[in-house]
Design a protein around this ligand. Structure first.
Ligand code: ADP
Ligand code: MG
Length: 313
């Protein structure tokens, strides 16, 4: 048994040209990724990067051009049905059956997956996503967030070991985002491997053990979240001084220093190369008193900018 939940090797996808309307598009360029069992894995990248293409290949909705994919040790070419049993997918687009209640939707989905009546977990799943009191409501009366949670429950009817969520919180408000994060964490605590795509850096940072960053169909970074954060070159430190610093460039020679406001100076530095102590010494040597020091916690936005040279949104 592999320690990986998903193994993607040299995956390539070119969408064919659609008559005269759209040109052929190479959406994935030799993507290789291993996703550990038990992890919360984030696939991060701007719109159009190729995230949904990867997810839809895993889901069997898009046919790859070349490369191989194994899900829970099952090759998608050799045993597509076996793969479907191992994975639950929450697609990016909300699709819901307005004519059914949430309980009926789950029963139907379980039927599609061939789950015998006695083994269905409809109420347990509704409870898991906080919809137990909506079991018999009209689905069309549910809020957007409730519908999203119903989709998560639907993806879990066959109790797969892997749950994949494509942009689960795109366009949802902060409170709902936190609810979904709690759902995801609870599932992961029960042993479910989670793969999610997002273009929100904050989301990947808050939830994921491991992150791969994809841009223009290529994986440009893949590391534990903490390591990615540690890679950040630019940290900022702000010194508030007892009087205005006129010659910051000279005082802090060799540092990227910039005076701001009346009595502050900001220095951008790389923690792996520069010691804050050396800055403090230089300031004090020039006869300035330091009133206060503050730093700006770096986040994935910085990593993203460095790796792609473009904005995350
Ligand atoms: P993401 O989910 O990261 O936003 P997608 O995987 O949806 O990115 O898209 C990757 C690229 O492939 C984009 O340039 C997109 O326009 C293109 N693409 C996606 N789906 C299709 C399709 N069905 N036909 C043609 N091009 C597509
Ligand atoms: Mg997408």
């Amino acid at each position: 048994m592999s320690e990986n939940a998903i193994e993607i090797t040299d995956l390539d996808k070119t969408y064919k040209a659609d008559g005269k309307k759209t040109a052929a598009k190479r959406a994935l360029k030799s993507v290789s990724l291993n996703i550990s069992r038990g992890s919360i894995f984030g696939l991060l990248g701007p719109n159009g990067a190729g995230k949904s293409t990867i997810i839809n290949i895993l889901a069997g909705l898009v046919v790859k051009s070349s490369g191989s994919v194994k899900i829970w040790d099952i090759d998608i070419d050799q045993d597509p049905r076996g793969v479907k049993a191992a994975i639950g997918i929450v697609p990016q687009e909300l699709a819901f059956d307005v004519f059914f209640t949430p309980a009926q939707s789950l029963e139907l989905m379980a039927g599609l997956y061939g789950v015998p009546k006695g083994q269905r977990r409809t109420m347990e799943l509704l409870k898991m996503v906080g919809l137990e009191d909506k079991a018999d409501a009209y689905t069309r009366s549910l809020s957007g967030g409730m519908k999203r949670r119903l989709m998560v429950a639907k993806a879990m009817v066959h109790n797969p070991p892997i749950l994949v969520l494509d942009e689960p919180t795109a366009g949802v408000d902060v409170e709902l985002r936190r609810q979904l994060w709690d759902n995801v964490r609870a599932l992961n605590a029960r042993g479910v491997t989670i793969v999610l795509t997002t273009h929100y850096l904050e989301e990947a940072e808050a939830l994921c053990d491991e992150i791969a960053i994809i841009n223009h169909g290529e994986v440009i970074a893949h590391a534990p979240t903490e390591d990615l954060l540690a890679r950040i070159e630019n940290k900022e430190i702000r010194f508030r001084l007892d009087r205005p610093m006129e010659n910051a460039g000279q005082v802090l020679q060799g540092f990227a220093a910039e005076p701001v406001g009346q009595r502050s100076v900001i220095v951008r530095y790389n923690p792996s190369e520069t010691q804050v102590g050396a800055m403090i010494e230089a300031i004090q040597r020039a006869g300035y008193g330091i009133v206060d020091i503050s730093t700006d916690e770096s986040d994935l936005e910085d990593v993203f900018l460095q790796l792609t040279g473009s904005s995350g949104n």
